[in-house]
Design a protein around this ligand. Structure first.
Ligand code: FES
Ligand SMILES: [Fe+2]
Length: 347
C-alpha cells in the first residue's frame, strides 16, 4: 500500500471522536427536527418539551428513512412514514398500529451527548468520558463587552486544509481588501497535549477605542496600522485567535468527511475600552450588543470566500495526485499536523 493511502495520511485522517464538536447554531434548532452530519454520522437534533436539545442517529429503524423528516411531539420525535415515535434516549415508545398480541419492537437508536452552550450546539460523537471532557465554549458570546459576528464555512476540503489555513498567518497575502492585520512575523510556537499556540508579531489595521471605531469594520479608509500581538491556537479540534485586546476569533469545527468540513467562524469585537459604556444600565448595554450583532459578518464572509477558493484547489490537487509533496516552511504547520495525526489515531 502506498504511504498516502494509509490511515495516517494527513489529508484523509479521521477525527478523534472523544471531543465536543459544533454541529449547529443553537437558534437553528427550533420546534422542528434538524439534520446534521459529523464525520460520516447522520444525526437528527430536536428540542424536547423542556427546550433541551436531543441528538439521535437520523434513521427510523422501521424502514431506514430520515427521522429529521418527521415532527416533534412532546419529548419524542415521530417518524413521518408510519408514525413510530422515539424518545430522547432513542427508545421506540409508540407504534400507532400495534395490535394487542404484538410486542413493541425492541429497537434503540444511538443517542449522543449534546449540550447548548454559548450560542452553539456541541455534540460528543465518541464513547469516551463526555462528562469529564468539557466543550471549549466561546465565553465572549454572552459577555456584554463583546460584539459577535458569525460566518458559516462550507469548506470543500479535508479539515486539515482549513486548520492549516487558519494557523498560517502568512496567507494574509491572499486577503488584501479584507485583512485585519499585516506584516506577520512568527515569534514563538508552544505545543502541549492536543494544542498548538503560534505567536506572531503583526500590525493591526483596527483600534477600537472611540465610539466611532466600530465603523472601521466597514469603512477601510478609517484604518491605521499599529503593532499588535497576533496569537493563533489549535485547541483540538477547534481554533481560537486574538489580535491585541480588541479582537478575538474562533473557528468551531464540524468535519463531515474526508473532503467536506463545516465550520463556524465567530468574531468578537471588544468594547472593553469604553469604560463609560460599562456604567450604563444592563438593558442598554444588551441593546448595544444585540443591535451590533453581525456587524463584521461581511468582512468575515469576504475572508472565507477567498480562503475557500484556495482550499478547494488544494483538495482537488490532492485528489488528482495524492503523492505530490508540499514545500512548507512555516514550522507551525508541522506541529499542527503532528497534533492532528495523533488525535486522529486516538492518542
Ligand atoms: S419508516 Fe419510520 S415509521 Fe415506518
Ligand atoms: Fe484566511
Amino acid at each position: 500500500m502506498r504511504e498516502w493511502k494509509t490511515k495516517t495520511n494527513i489529508r484523509t485522517c479521521g477525527i478523534n471522536p472523544n471531543h465536543w464538536y459544533v454541529v449547529a447554531l443553537a437558534k437553528e434548532v427550533k420546534d422542528k427536527p434538524v439534520a446534521v452530519e459529523l464525520w460520516h454520522k447522520k444525526i437528527v437534533l430536536f428540542r424536547d418539551s423542556k427546550g433541551k436539545i436531543r441528538a439521535l442517529e437520523n434513521r427510523c429503524p422501521h424502514r431506514q428513512v430520515k427521522l429529521s423528516e418527521g415532527i416533534v411531539v412532546g419529548d419524542e420525535i415521530e417518524c413521518v412514514y408510519h408514525g413510530w415515535r422515539f424518545n430522547g434516549e432513542g427508545k421506540c415508545s409508540l407504534v400507532p398500529y400495534l395490535r394487542e398480541n404484538q410486542k413493541m419492537p425492541s429497537v434503540t437508536l444511538k443517542s449522543y451527548p449534546v449540550v447548548e452552550l454559548d450560542g452553539f450546539v456541541w455534540l460528543f460523537p465518541g464513547d469516551g468520558d463526555w462528562e469529564t471532557i468539557k466543550p471549549m465554549g466561546v465565553p465572549e458570546w454572552e459577555h456584554l463587552n463583546y460584539i459577535a459576528s458569525v460566518a458559516v464555512i462550507d469548506c470543500p476540503g479535508h479539515f486539515s486544509f482549513l486548520i492549516e489555513n487558519l494557523m498560517d498567518m502568512y496567507h494574509v497575502h491572499l486577503h488584501k481588501d479584507y485583512q485585519a492585520w499585516a506584516n506577520p512575523r512568527l515569534k514563538e510556537i508552544k505545543t502541549s497535549e492536543g494544542r498548538v499556540d503560534a505567536i506572531y508579531e503583526a500590525e493591526s489595521y483596527y483600534r477600537i477605542d472611540k465610539i466611532w471605531s466600530i465603523s472601521q469594520l466597514f469603512i477601510p479608509a478609517l484604518r491605521r496600522l499599529h503593532p499588535e500581538i497576533l496569537q493563533v491556537s489549535y485547541i483540538y479540534p477547534h481554533w481560537a485567535s486574538s489580535l491585541g485586546e480588541d479582537f478575538k476569533i474562533y473557528c468551531l469545527f464540524c468535519p463531515i468527511d474526508e473532503t467536506r468540513t463545516k465550520a463556524y467562524l465567530v468574531h468578537f469585537t471588544s468594547l472593553q475600552a469604553f469604560k463609560r459604556l460599562h456604567k450604563l444600565p444592563l438593558w442598554f448595554r444588551r441593546l448595544v450588543k444585540n443591535s451590533l450583532f453581525n456587524s463584521a459578518r461581511g468582512l468575515l464572509e469576504g475572508l472565507v470566500r477567498q480562503d475557500i477558493i484556495m482550499i478547494r484547489q488544494e483538495q482537488e490537487a490532492f485528489n488528482q495526485n495524492p503523492s505530490e509533496r508540499n514545500y512548507e516552511i512555516n514550522p507551525t504547520i508541522a506541529r499542527v499536523q503532528e497534533v492532528l495525526l495523533k488525535q486522529g489515531q486516538g492518542t
